[in-house]
Ligand binder design. Structure first.
Ligand code: G3P
Length: 221
């Protein structure tokens, strides 16, 4: 399973990259705004800064919502750096834009997926990734993991190469459950990725090992 980090914060991206487990980054207009990145020149510079940190897979989302504008914006984003994956919303013109961009060899990530039907359409159009939003489904009392399971079944039935990029991840448990269900990728805040390495028995076990080592070393003096 690939690990992406869901942020536009350069320090957090560097920290995840330094951990040695990062395969990519997903951003969205909210995450860019959170970092105070506005205006075309600043946005472009920020995407390039992210591309300098990671090896591949930097999702950059279009702001436009019409077919013509989305393909123009998508082509411009893709030209910035070969690591860019163009993020397109799941709307009618978005499906058409995914079809077009795919035909031009541009990778796409279809975002705001909340149903299996939406994922199926995006896969038919040739999306490289679909992004089902688990946490936001959980927030309204649905089970986001059921959606991952349904999409996995459908994509496997027809051998669609589109990868399931589980998004809106809120916890380490979300990541583990996505891995159990066969999601190809998770995109997560740094806290949930780092949360995977924590266990109280690891901490107490290590403390015991080190204390025993010190005791034996002192006894040998
Ligand atoms: O990047 C898309 C998705 O991961 C958003 O997550 O936490 O805003 O629901 P969240």
């Amino acid at each position: 399973m690939k690990f992406f980090i869901d942020t536009a914060n350069l320090d957090q991206i560097k920290e995840a990259q330094d951990l040695g487990v990062l395969d990519g980054v997903t951003t969205n207009p909210t995450l860019m705004a959170k970092e105070g990145i506005t205006g075309e020149a600043n946005v472009t510079a920020h995407y390039l800064a992210i591309c300098d940190i990671v090896d591949d897979n930097v999702s950059a989302e279009v702001i436009s919502t019409t077919y013509d504008e989305m393909i123009k914006e998508g082509e411009a984003l893709a030209k910035l750096n070969p690591k860019i994956v163009v993020k397109i919303p799941m709307i009618k013109d978005g499906v058409k834009a995914i079809k077009y961009l795919t035909s031009k060899g541009i990778r796409t990530n279809c975002t705001l997926i909340f149903s299996a039907g939406q994922a199926l359409l995006a896969a038919k159009a040739g999306a490289s990734y679909v992004s089902p939003f688990l946490g936001r489904l959980d927030d309204i009392g649905n089970d986001g993991l059921n959606l991952i399971e349904d999409i996995r079944l459908i994509f496997d039935n027809y051998e669609y190469p589109t990868e399931i990029l589980a998004a809106s991840i809120r916890s380490p448990l979300h990541i583990i459950n996505c891995a159990k269900l066969g999601a190809d990728v998770i995109t997560s805040p740094l806290s949930a990725i780092v949360g995977l390495l924590k266990h109280p028995l690891t901490d107490s076990g290590l403390a015991q090992f080190l204390a025993d080592h010190d005791k034996a070393a002192k006894a040998a003096l």
